[in-house]
Design a binder for this molecule. Structure first.
Ligand code: ADP
Ligand code: MG
Length: 387
């Protein structure tokens, strides 16, 4: 199939996306603003992307009839959810261009394969051991402790992770995780965390966004700052080169985000990657001349990619469901958006989720400013209003 020159899929065509979450919603917005029609496959009748798409196919990811219908209505297909079964993408790829390919998504959805890919690219990752059997658990060496036990599959936002200090805690943690396949990672002394988002085209062209610096709370992204305040030119160059290598060596097509740890001694370690636009790239809608979602559209359709430019320093604040319950009230109430939007440089994005829950990503607020200091000052004011 690689030798076949695919035609560019132009506006007016229909773009399909597997998954109906907020990433799919922002993809749909980008595609529609460029004149495409959209189709979302997601079982949830109230999914954020399904609510705004021309077509919404309400089936499970592996439903044969649903996949057939998506391939019938869509001229090209992408994914917004990394745990879409690779087999579903492979079925779609029999009749339609699919980007990223099932084979790439399969690497990203398994921490063991992901780490092997980093190693194969010559990119450092945390010292780790794969734990799939009691023998592998028994063979773990003490230098990996204290560590974090992570399920190899289906983890997100810090879910499926247990921090363990001792061997006894490790054994108990694996039991708690139902002894599914896991990776034990050594706990590293992080100075700060960054991510790099690249887009790679069908022809192998790669572009990237400037590095994001990411602050997590309780394993969930809380704040992204761009330009990354702590990053040196050397760190930026090394992280970008690694991100390019990671994408190119799996012949990736689409948007790919790689998260990195920067250690106290300045070393850079790859953490994980996502085969889709990423929460740490939401600021690109308001602060860059082309967003990560537009690049997803361009990559999957064969349109040219352009190197994105950051036109405004910014911070992105995730709006978690907790904000809907200030001071522990039990009845959900809407935050004071009018007060937040009275601050100049605030850009509100809500995902259309009716029910707020603790830790649930309800939306995000991007705050732009003329300078990093100005953006930060406004972000602090917005955060104070939100409580
Ligand atoms: P998720 O898939 O939930 O995003 P990650 O592996 O990215 O899982 O872990 C979430 C966060 O936990 C990271 O962003 C980082 O703050 C912290 N973390 C994860 N692994 C390590 C590690 N080996 N050492 C120190 N902190 C870690
Ligand atoms: Mg992560």
């Amino acid at each position: 199939a690689k030798d076949v020159i695919l035609p560019v899929i132009l506006p007016g065509a229909t773009l399909g996306v597997m998954g109906g979450g907020q990433l799919g919603r922002m993809f749909v917005h980008a595609a529609q603003s460029m004149g495409y029609r959209t189709a979302v496959l997601d079982a949830d009748a109230t999914s954020p992307a399904g609510l705004v798409s021309h077509e919404h196919i309400r089936t499970a990811y592996l439903d044969a009839a649903g996949l057939t219908e998506l391939a019938r209505v869509a001229d090209a297909i992408t994914t917004e959810f990394e745990n879409v079964p690779a087999a579903a993408l492979e079925q779609l790829a029999q009749t339609r261009p699919v980007a990223p390919a099932g084979a790439s998504v399969a690497i990203c959805q398994d921490r063991a394969r992901e780490k092997a890919h980093f190693v194969g690219c010559g990119v450092d990752c945390a010292p780790h051991a794969i734990i799939e059997t009691p023998e592998q658990l028994a063979a773990v060496t003490d230098d990996l402790l204290p560590g974090i036990l992570k399920t190899s599959r289906m983890g997100y936002d810090g879910k499926g992770q247990v921090r363990v200090k001792t061997r006894a805690e490790l054994i108990a943690a694996w039991d708690d995780l139902q002894r599914v396949g896991c990776v034990l990672e050594k706990m590293l002394p992080l100075a700060y965390e960054v991510s790099v988002i690249v887009a790679r085209g069908r022809d192998g062209q790669i572009v990237h966004f400037p590095l994001q610096q990411n602050l997590h709370r309780d394993g969930i992204l809380a704040v992204t700052t761009v330009p990354a305040p702590n990053v040196t030119e050397a760190v930026s160059q090394q992280a970008c080169a690694s991100a390019h290598q990671i994408a190119a060596s799996m012949d990736y097509v689409g948007v790919l985000c790689t998260e990195f740890f920067v250690l106290a001694d300045g070393r850079i370690v790859a953490n994980e990657m996502a085969p889709r636009p990423h929460n740490s790239g939401h600021h690109t809608i308001d602060a860059c001349d082309v967003s990560q979602f537009e690049l997803q559209v361009r990559a999957m359709t064969g349109l040219p990619l352009v190197a994105p430019v950051l036109h405004s320093p910014c911070l992105m604040l995730n709006l978690l469901g907790d904000l809907w319950f200030p001071g522990g009230v039990t009845v959900q109430q809407e935050p004071d958006w009018a007060a937040v939007l009275a601050l100049s440089g605030t850009h509100l994005h809500l995902y259309g989720k009716a029910e707020a829950r603790a830790g649930r990503k309800m939306g995000h607020l991007t705050v732009t400013g003329a300078t990093p200091q100005a953006a930060r000052a406004t972000a602090l004011q917005a955060a104070a209003i939100l409580g």
